[in-house]
Ligand binder design. Structure first.
Ligand code: ADP
Ligand code: MG
Length: 702
């Protein structure tokens, strides 16, 4: 493989561009490419290539790229939007002509099946041998707003202006990228470089992410991801982006397929690759969005608004309509947000403008004594932006007099207060004056309250990520040694518990027996009541097969239970103490290829798959991370003690989860999956105990 002729920075900002298949007809791909290059002010050298024309758009055209030379400084980039049948020859010609990089818009390659994939491999080989880089194929090219180089046929470039700004974008879908840019432009957002990577034959998403982290024009990065070519590159890049102070937002396709994979353990079925990706984003401080349109608006908010002072703060809602403020407040809980608790200083300021009875959030300025003066509105917003519990202010403006003038107040207030103001123009066309005023002031606005709240969730995730990055790295808990030697394949319950116990996770006392007599002796040593379980490596869910007999009070009950075990090939029986607890949790661990060890916690017992109340994080964990995972569970109020029930031993659950995370980290890829289900949690101060365990150990012992 030859040394690449050009760095990515120069591909994005080429000094010369050849358009292969250039045309005067904007109905054709090549026609649009050259049209958009000219229309949006490309200032480098432009070389239309077309064997049937002497000139295109007033520029001399060349019959082939070989005929264009010698071009002083060479040809940096060739854009190819040619029929797939001609592609290989054109790429060969580009390589021979010394082109630095080909942007291949042509599709129907690896995206279209094995034949296309073979052609794509051939094209890549030609490019690699020459040191020529490829963007695509099956992409829509590059928009470089910073340097006004639109190397694309995307119809978003029909827009009169494509504003430059701080959002850098990489997308595996060119059409979606065009749409997101158009949404951004509507809201007044500006972009640095947007790069569609298509099939990623050569340059891939992580290469572009790497470039955007270094790129001075890019302040925020948005990614649309279908699949990472080399997942192991992703987390280190996210860390670098954070160190550079550039938030990364992403949308990852495939969420609805999460958990679809058939799996041996609960952990594997509840913690599929989308969940692992989400956990990785959380751990590395990247903001994962579900809706691409929210992602681009959130990127804009992070680019043009001040950041939240920190995570977990409340929101102030203010507008001149009781209807819009109240409905906005009603939407907060479902969005995972809350109204702020105003400080006394804020209340005192509000009392200057309205009767005491109206001093509350959400704030309806219709109640102002002076009929909502600009002065009163500004004074309230200023007070909000100084309040210790107010992270941001939402302004859901409805139809009202002087909308544009009112809207124009907020950019200055936001700059002054240093916290985000999310201005929502809830009215349709009649609100356009206000939208124009905000575009004019270079200030973001939203069209729907739900968009603004989705963006706030993203800002909150960014603030959480910033906080996490400041924490010291996880420290190994005391008293754990090295994992014991482990057989490959499925472990028995006793083996899996021994592994957990080696990491200081409490497990039930138990003894393996091979006859009813041995079982009775074991039970006497342990103390009644006991539990009897049939043991077999081949069995996944013991209770489904009648292999678990609980609460056996004496030898008679034990013998009867033994006799009643189903007639299956068993490796023996396990006699266990009968443990008690107030709640059942599941603790799990698994290795996610490309991302590493993951741990899970959730509402446990036999209903785990039904409840799907689980949280996943990369291992190892800090105790604070483990506690945060527990707090995000729907069962958290039960752990805290609700309705007269005792508060449970959360500290013991945190300890067990943290220790399991170190087990997962130590075993690495050898720990295919592990479940402790259930871990019985007792009242505060009385600990926890795992009553069941299973694990699968993979090959390659260290
Ligand atoms: P399975 O293979 O079906 O998951 P378990 O060992 O988890 O089998 O047993 C099923 C259920 O029985 C557990 O979810 C738990 O509620 C209860 N159980 C199992 N072992 C004990 C024990 N030693 N003490 C108390 N309850 C237990
Ligand atoms: Mg179980």
């Amino acid at each position: 493989m030859a040394e690449p002729r050009l760095p990515l920075a120069r591909i994005v900002s080429p000094l010369s561009v050849a358009v292969i298949g250039a045309s005067d007809d904007v109905g054709k791909f090549g026609g649009r490419v050259i049209h958009y290059l000219i229309k949006h002010g490309y200032s480098g050298r432009l070389l239309p290539i077309n064997p049937n024309r002497a000139s295109i758009r007033g520029l001399p055209a060349f019959p082939g790229i070989g005929a264009a030379g010698p071009v002083p400084g060479g040809i940096d980039v060739a854009i190819l939007a040619v029929p797939v049948a001609h592609l290989l020859r054109q790429v060969e010609d580009c390589a021979a002509a010394g082109v630095g990089a080909c942007i291949i818009i042509t599709g129907k390659l690896a995206d279209a099946g094995p034949e296309g994939a073979a052609l794509e491999a051939q094209i890549l080989a030609v490019a690699r041998a020459a040191g020529m880089r490829l963007v695509g194929p099956n992409c829509l090219g590059i928009f470089n707003m910073t340097d006004r180089a639109m190397l694309s046929s995307s119809l978003v470039l029909e827009a009169e202006q494509v504003k430059a700004g701080g959002i850098g974008m990489v997308s595996q879908s060119g059409a979606l990228m065009g749409t997101l840019v158009s949404i951004g432009l509507h809201h007044g957002a500006g972009f640095s470089r947007c790069i569609s990577v298509g099939n990623q034959a050569d340059l891939e998403l992580c290469d572009v992410l790497d470039f955007l982290i270094e790129d001075a024009a890019t302040r925020v990065i948005a990614l649309y991801i279908e699949g990472l070519k080399d997942p192991a590159r992703f987390a280190p890049l996210l860390r670098r982006a954070r160190a550079a102070g550039k938030p990364v937002l992403c949308v990852k396709a495939g969420r609805s397929a999460a958990g679809a994979q058939a799996a041996r353990s609960h952990t594997a079925s509840l913690a599929g690759s989308y969940a692992a990706f989400a956990a990785l984003c959380r751990a590395e401080g990247a903001v994962l969005c579900e809706d691409p349109a929210i992602m681009v608006q959130a990127a804009d908010a992070l680019d043009r608004l001040p950041r939240l002072p920190g995570p977990g703060l409340g929101l102030a809602v203010i507008a001149s309509s009781g209807g819009s403020t109240v409905t906005t407040a009603d939407m907060l809980p479902a969005a995972g947000l809350r109204l702020a608790e105003m400080s006394e200083a804020t209340r005192a300021e509000l009392r200057r403008w309205m009767p005491e009875s109206h001093v509350h959030l959400p704030l309806d300025t219709g109640s102002f004594d002076d009929g909502t003066s600009e002065e009163g509105l500004a004074a309230c917003v200023r007070a909000f932006l100084k309040d210790p519990d107010i992270g941001a202010v939402a302004v859901p403006m409805t139809t009202q007099p002087a909308m544009a003038a009112r809207a124009a107040l907020f950019p200055g207030l936001c700059r002054e207060g240093g916290r985000p103001i999310l201005f929502v123009m809830t009215a349709a066309e009649v609100g356009n004056g206000a939208r124009d005023a905000l575009r004019e002031a270079d200030f973001p606005f939203f069209d729907r309250v739900s968009d603004a709240l989705g963006v706030l969730r993203a800002l909150e995730a960014e603030a959480e990520g910033r906080n996490r990055a400041a924490l010291p790295p996880p420290a190994r808990p005391a008293g754990i040694g090295r994992p014991p030697p482990l057989p490959e394949g499925a472990l028995t319950e006793a083996e899996a518990k021994a592994l957990a116990a080696a990491y200081g996770i409490p497990v039930t006392r138990g003894v393996l027996a091979r006859s009813a007599e041995e079982a009775v002796l074991a039970a006497e040593a342990i103390g009644y009541p006991v539990v009897l379980k049939g043991v077999s490596r081949a069995v996944v869910h013991k209770s489904d097969l009648g292999l678990v007999k609980l609460n056996l009070a004496d030898a008679k009950a034990l013998r009867a239970a033994y006799a009643a075990l189903p007639d299956l090939p068993l490796d023996g029986v396990l006699v266990q103490e009968m443990a008690r607890g107030e709640a059942e949790l599941i603790l799990g661990a698994r290795w996610e290829p490309g991302f590493g060890p993951m741990v899970l916690v959730g509402a446990g017992g036999v209903l785990v798959e039904l409840l799907r109340d689980v949280q996943l994080m990369p291992a190892p964990l800090r105790p604070a991370d483990a506690e945060a995972m527990l707090r995000r569970l729907a069962v958290w109020p039960v752990l805290e003690g609700v309705r007269g029930r005792p508060a449970l031993d959360v500290a013991a659950a945190v300890e067990a989860l943290t220790r399991l995370s170190w087990l997962a980290a130590d075993l690495g890829p050898r720990l295919v999956e592990m479940d402790l289900n259930p871990l019985l949690l007792r009242a505060r101060g009385q600990g926890a105990v795992a009553v069941d365990a299973r694990a699968t150990i993979g090959g390659e012992q260290p």
